[in-house]
Ligand binder design. Sequence first.
Ligand code: NAD
Length: 255
Amino acid sequence: MSDPKTALITGAASGIGAEIAKTLFNDGCHVVIADLNEPDYLSSLASETQRALYVPSDLSRQESCQALVERVVQEFGSVDILVNNAGFQHISPLEEFSETVWEKMLQVMLTAPFLLTKYVLPGMKQEQWGRIINMGSIHSQVASLNKAGYITAKHGLVGLTKSTALEGGPFGVTANVICPAYVRTPLVEQQIASQAQTLGISAEEVESQVFLKASATGKMIEPAEVAAMVRYLCSDQARSITGACWTIDGGWTAQ
Ligand code: NAD
């Protein structure tokens, strides 16, 4: 990245988003963390500089998405990098899938990325530079049992990414979707603990026998591996990489 950029990262209080925020901060970006919760690492960034800002946001609400972009523009002048990362999981068979949860999942994981893209795109086009990165999943490409809401939202993100790439391309704005398999974060630790209880086996056994069953490398992915991909996609060298899915899955979909 040539000059200092402003990066807006949703869901950055925890897990993958937190790692992305710290990585882009260390690269010299102004970093805006949008989340329901205040990040516990904020003071370590904010104490030395004014380059990090937390904006409390409930991304299931349109007004919150709009206010968020307005706040970033007011503080830093523009949004150069948007990372749509906030998300959550809900596991249930389709016949029992809560309609309220379904709606919320699509709001947070599909409508909010659409709204934020819509609101930041005019500024990026004007600057003739922009990077939009959507956090998909291996579940943007394949399904697993009992995750219909998550899988639907994550597949939808691929369509949003491709549309954004076409419209942003002539203006130096790229859009990509990253598709990781299981990354070691609180979201996954919760699923491992719950499966261990259901199956009556240890967390280590759930990890190797269930979560890593389809993985060729047999290793959980670390948040830093995903953040490194974000860093590359944000670089000037990645200006021709757009409309693409970047799979980080330890070989899951190679079979
Ligand atoms: P995480 O639970 O550690 O972090 C998710 C963050 O999103 C949390 O800080 C949470 O507060 C925030 N969030 C949830 N709902 C929100 C809302 N309505 N408004 C604002 N913030 C909200 O999870 P993670 O594993 O770091 O996941 C981050 C992203 O990566 C998600 O989109 C997830 O689907 C995706 N992903 C995760 C994995 C994995 O294995 N961990 C794999 C593939 C994709």
